[in-house]
Write a protein of this length. Structure first.
Length: 408
C-alpha cells in the first residue's frame, strides 16, 4: 500500500501525560506506523515532545514531523489553564490554516485529531484536501436525579453547557461546514451521529479511548475483594454512587466477609470533602480508602491488586475503562453512551438509568454477584482482558486510522 502524508491538527500532545495530551501523542504515533505525519501542535508542547524523542529511539519517529504554532501573546494572555481553553482552541484552529499555507507543505490528507468535541468546528477544510474529523464526541446531559447530592450550581452549569452545545449543533455555520466538508467523521459513541445528523456513509462508530498494556501477570483469583474507581472527584464521575453502592453492599456481609473487602478511590477534586462526609456518616472509613493522585506506575499496581472496577460515570468516554479492562477487571457502570457502550455483558454490568436509590441498589447487586460467585468473577476477568486486546489497545487505533485513510 502506498504511503501517504497526513497533516494532523493536534492541539494537545504530550507523551508524558495521560488524558487528552496522551491521546494526542498516541494518535500521532499510530498514524506514523503506517504513513508519514506532519503534526501541528501548540508551542508549549515542544519541550516535552523533543525531550521524549531524544530519550526514546524508535524508527517510527522518523515518520513524524512536528510543527509548533500558537497565537501571538496579545491574543492569548487571558488564557489561564483551562480557563478560556475552548475559545482559545477555536481561535487556534482558525489560525493554523494560514500558518500551514505559509509552510508550503506537501500532504495528501488533513486530520483534525483533537480537541475531541463534536460541537467545536474545524477549519482544515480550507486546505482543500480530504478531511478526517475525529474521534469526536460529547458528554451527555447528566440526569437530574444523579445531581441530588450536589450544589445546584452543577445542575445549572451542566444545563448551560448543554444549551451551548445545542446552539453549536443547530446554528453554527462553521460546524455545518465542517460536517459537509469532512470526508469521514470518527464518532466515539452512538449519540454523536444523531446530534450531528450525518449520513451513515459519512462516519464510523468506534471508541476513541485506548491504553498501553501494563499488565504482565495472569488472570487469577485474588484473596481480597478490592473494588477500585479512578477519576476526578466531580459530579460527572458519579463517585457518590460508587461509595453508596459499596456501603450498601457491605451491609449484608458477615464481619469476616467485610474484613476481606475494600473500596479504593484514586483521585482528587472539589467534591472530596463531600465523599469523606458520606463515608464518615456511614462509619465506613475502615473499608473505603481515598488515595490522592499517584504516580502512573503505582496506579497500575493498584489496578493489578484489584478485582472489580466500579465506575458509574456519566461521561461520554472514560480513559480509565480501557485501563481497567487491560488488567482483567470486570466493569460495573451505567448503561449510557460512554462506558456503557464500551463493555459487554460478558465482562461487566451496565446498569440502566433509574431513580437514584434504585441505581445504588442495582450497582450493589452487581457487586454481590461478583463477590459471591467466584467462578463468574474469574470468567468475567478473562473476558475483560480479551475485550481489551480486541478493541482497546493503541495498535487497534492505528489499524482503524489506516483503514480510514486507505479508503479515501
Amino acid at each position: 500500500m502506498q504511503t501517504k502524508t497526513i497533516l494532523a491538527s493536534c492541539y494537545a500532545v504530550n507523551p508524558y501525560k495521560g488524558s487528552e495530551d496522551g491521546m494526542g501523542w498516541n494518535f500521532v504515533y499510530q498514524i506514523a506506523k503506517f504513513n508519514k505525519v506532519i503534526a501541528i501542535t501548540r508551542e508549549n508542547n515542544q519541550p516535552a515532545i523533543e525531550k521524549y524523542l531524544s530519550e526514546n529511539q524508535d524508527e517510527v519517529h522518523q515518520n513524524i514531523q512536528f510543527l509548533y504554532y500558537d497565537l501571538p501573546y496579545w491574543m492569548r494572555f487571558w488564557k489561564k489553564g483551562n480557563r478560556g481553553a475552548m475559545l482559545y482552541y477555536l481561535l487556534w484552529q482558525y489560525g493554523i490554516v494560514n500558518f500551514i499555507k505559509k509552510q508550503n507543505l506537501a500532504f495528501d490528507i488533513v486530520h483534525n485529531v483533537n480537541f475531541h468535541n463534536d460541537w467545536t468546528p474545524s477549519f482544515l477544510w480550507k486546505l482543500k484536501k480530504p478531511l478526517i474529523w475525529g474521534p469526536v464526541g460529547h458528554h451527555p446531559l447528566i440526569p437530574k436525579q444523579y445531581l441530588k447530592l450536589y450544589s445546584n450550581k452543577y445542575w445549572w452549569m451542566d444545563r448551560l453547557t448543554w444549551l451551548v452545545k445545542n446552539l453549536f449543533w443547530k446554528f453554527s455555520f462553521a460546524l455545518q461546514k465542517t460536517k459537509t466538508q469532512a470526508n469521514h467523521i470518527w464518532c466515539m459513541n452512538s449519540s454523536v451521529p444523531s446530534v450531528l445528523n450525518v449520513n451513515e456513509s459519512k462516519y464510523s462508530l468506534f471508541p476513541s479511548v485506548a491504553t498501553a498494556d501494563y499488565f504482565s501477570g495472569s488472570i487469577a483469583q485474588k484473596q481480597r475483594f478490592t473494588v477500585i474507581s479512578v477519576g476526578r472527584f466531580v459530579p460527572l464521575k458519579g463517585f457518590d454512587l460508587t461509595i453508596l453502592s459499596f456501603i450498601q453492599f457491605l451491609e449484608n456481609l458477615t464481619p469476616e466477609e467485610k474484613s476481606n473487602c475494600k473500596l479504593l478511590l484514586v483521585g482528587s477534586g472539589p467534591e472530596k470533602e463531600l465523599y469523606k462526609k458520606i463515608i464518615s456518616e456511614h462509619q465506613a472509613e475502615s473499608f473505603i480508602e481515598i488515595i490522592e493522585w499517584i504516580d502512573r506506575v503505582e496506579l497500575m499496581k493498584k489496578y493489578e491488586e484489584s478485582s472489580v472496577f466500579l465506575f458509574p460515570s456519566h461521561e461520554g468516554a472514560g480513559m480509565v475503562v480501557p485501563e481497567a479492562l487491560s488488567f482483567g477487571l470486570p466493569v460495573i457502570c451505567l448503561d449510557n453512551e460512554g462506558p456503557g457502550e464500551f463493555i459487554t455483558s460478558k465482562c461487566g454490568f451496565a446498569i440502566p438509568k433509574l431513580g437514584y436509590n434504585n441505581t445504588v441498589t442495582e450497582l450493589k447487586k452487581a457487586l454481590e454477584k461478583l463477590f459471591y460467585n467466584k467462578a463468574l468473577l474469574l470468567e468475567m476477568q478473562k473476558e475483560a482482558r480479551e475485550l481489551y486486546l480486541e478493541k482497546f489497545t493503541w495498535d487497534s487505533r492505528g489499524r482503524k486510522l489506516n483503514e480510514i485513510y486507505s479508503q479515501l
